[in-house]
Design a binder for this molecule. Structure first.
Ligand code: AHR
Length: 529
């Protein structure tokens, strides 16, 4: 079977010039689970669901998480972490307190906490990246949590973990020092100087306890924040010695999705241009901090929130809530597992996420960890129906392909092909591409998108410089394309397979692989040589 679209092939672009970027870090295929809406409760956890295991976790959701190929999961937030008490989520469930959660205005039952999430992660085969509360809490609670989670038995908090049924240290290496602490919406938000001082102290003390920890400082909440750049320079220069990572967060959406104006779609399709600039600026700040400290290490980027999020829908919902609030004391309900941020993704969204993944791979010398936000129900590739099935959103597919098959070294191409015009970024390349090649197994992956909404393009990828002059001809083992005549087409609970990748027709001639990319499409070609 081949893709049935018959695009207009305006041009053929040949790529034969590649730069080896770096080894592909497994952590690049991370995700994010926050106790937000139905991300946890009604997402990964639903004790009354027919597939629930003895701890209440849904098996059908877990199977999809494994299929997605997620390697590392950031937890427990997100905005919630800034008013979260980690110890509430430990020990016997029936004794755990129920609390008001301020960030998303919901009730936190604490049925799921670090004990349970640790068990879930072992089942999922994923590493945990743990975030500590820097909003309502600070150094002492972070140290206590570290001891509880990683401590060898024999001290107070470590023994509590043992008493709670987890004898072995969890060995969590990556620790986020708060979340988006520059954001005025964040509980306990800080100025750059305040946060720099806090990070220096927390990271220093946590590394006194365990020198091998990899500490992640919050970067700016987005490149649009007024202190973007200043924040990074201040924090990284001050705490350079103790830091392994600085976080970056970026969400994109089609600003004209309601009216479906073509202009909005064009800008949206070029979103990865923003991500490229973002990475370059943050990397520049990390270099500044290194120079200021006469250092010899690079602070890497943890792109620990990225993806498509229709923030305007959330902002409207939030505004309605606020308008409905009564005067004086707040008497409104604090819902349990409310339906929040449950975006349904289009085909174009999947193409944009495909191009963002290509961008992360092309910059994996600086971006050594990333978390697509989030995992289940909340701006997520996986949907879980209450007491019903779980299904894949359109954005599931580009992530899964990269997570499961991008191995070895990432190669960034030089592309001089057709362009299309955007207001924000000017003329941008229609085609984006990255190749990964694992010399040990001699298996490779070509990922490509055509961002042009108006024309199809043929891409010819000559892999000779990657696979070696003496290699035999390339053999294509699998090729697929994601494209719909209607770029707004989505999957739904009733039709969960409406948008899925289809087999892609490719021709392999010696070391060159060629294929046509319809307008607004994502493609992946696996090969051996
Ligand atoms: O992922 C949703 C929210 O986006 C997170 O809670 C927060 O960190 C960011 O603003």
């Amino acid at each position: 079977m081949t893709d049935k679209t018959t695009p207009r092939h305006d041009t053929t672009t040949t790529i034969d010039d590649f730069t080896a970027v770096a080894d592909v870090p497994r952590r690049l295929f991370g995700s994010f689970v926050e106790q937000l809406g139905r991300g946890v409760y009604g997402g990964i956890y639903e004790p009354t669901h027919p597939t629930a295991d003895t701890l209440g976790f849904r098996r059908d959701v877990l199977d999809l998480v494994k299929e997605l190929g997620v390697t590392c999961v950031r937890y427990p937030g997100g905005n919630i972490v800034s008013n979260y008490r980690w110890e509430d989520g430990t020990g016997p469930r029936e004794l755990r307190p129920v609390r008001r959660e301020l960030a998303w205005h919901q009730t936190e039952t604490n049925e799921v906490g670090i004990d349970d999430f640790y068990h879930w992660s072992k089942e999922a085969g994923t590493e945990i990246m743990l975030a500590v509360n820097m909003g309502t809490r600070g150094l002492q609670e972070a140290l206590d949590e570290l001891e509880y989670v990683n401590g060898a038995p024999g001290t107070y908090w470590a023994d509590k973990r043992v008493a709670n049924g987890i004898p072995e240290p969890m060995n969590i290496a990556m620790w986020c020092i708060g979340n988006e602490m520059d954001g005025p919406w964040q509980v306990g938000h800080m100025t750059p100087d305040e946060y720099a001082s806090a990070v220096e102290k927390v990271a220093h003390a946590m590394k006194l306890a365990e020198s091998g920890l990899e500490m992640v400082a919050c970067g700016s909440s987005s490149a649009q924040m007024p202190t973007f750049g200043t924040w990074e320079k201040t924090v990284l220069a001050r705490a350079y010695e103790y830091l392994s990572f600085v976080s970056a967060h970026a969400y994109y959406h089609d600003q004209d999705h309601e009216t479906r104006k073509p202009e909005g779609m064009r800008e949206f399709l070029a979103s990865s241009e923003d991500m490229k600039r973002f990475i370059a600026t943050v990397a520049g700040c990390a270099d500044y901090a290194k120079a200021q400290n006469h250092g010899d290490k690079d602070i890497a980027i943890s792109f620990d929130e990225w993806g498509v999020w229709y923030q305007d829908i959330w902002q409207k919902q939030e505004a309605e809530w606020k308008a409905a609030e009564t005067e004086g004391l707040h008497t409104e309900p604090w819902p349990k597992a409310p339906h929040l941020l449950e975006d349904i993704y289009t085909t174009a969204d999947a193409v944009v996420e495909g191009s963002l993944m290509i961008t992360l791979l092309k910059h994996c010398d600086r971006v050594r960890s990333a978390s697509r936000a989030q995992l289940v129900n909340v701006i997520a590739p996986i949907r879980a129906e209450e007491n019903g099935p779980a299904w894949r959103q359109t954005i599931f597919y580009p992530f899964a392909e990269a997570a499961n098959h991008a191995r070895g070294t990432a190669y960034a191409p030089t592309i001089d092909g057709p362009t299309f015009h955007t207001e924000t970024y000017g003329d941008v390349q229609a085609l984006e591409n990255v190749v990964t090649w694992d010399e040990a197994t001699r298996e490779g992956l070509i990922l490509a998108v055509n961002r042009n909404p108006d024309a199809a393009h043929v891409l010819a990828v000559d892999l000779r410089s990657i696979i070696g002059e003496d290699a035999d001809a390339v053999t294509v083992t699998h090729a697929q394309v994601l494209h719909e005549a209607d770029p707004y087409r989505t999957n739904t609970a009733d039709d969960p397979l409406a948008v899925t990748p289809r087999p892609l027709e490719v021709s392999a001639d010696g070391s060159t692989v060629s294929f046509a990319l319809p307008p607004i499409s994502w493609a992946a070609v696996r090969f051996t040589a």
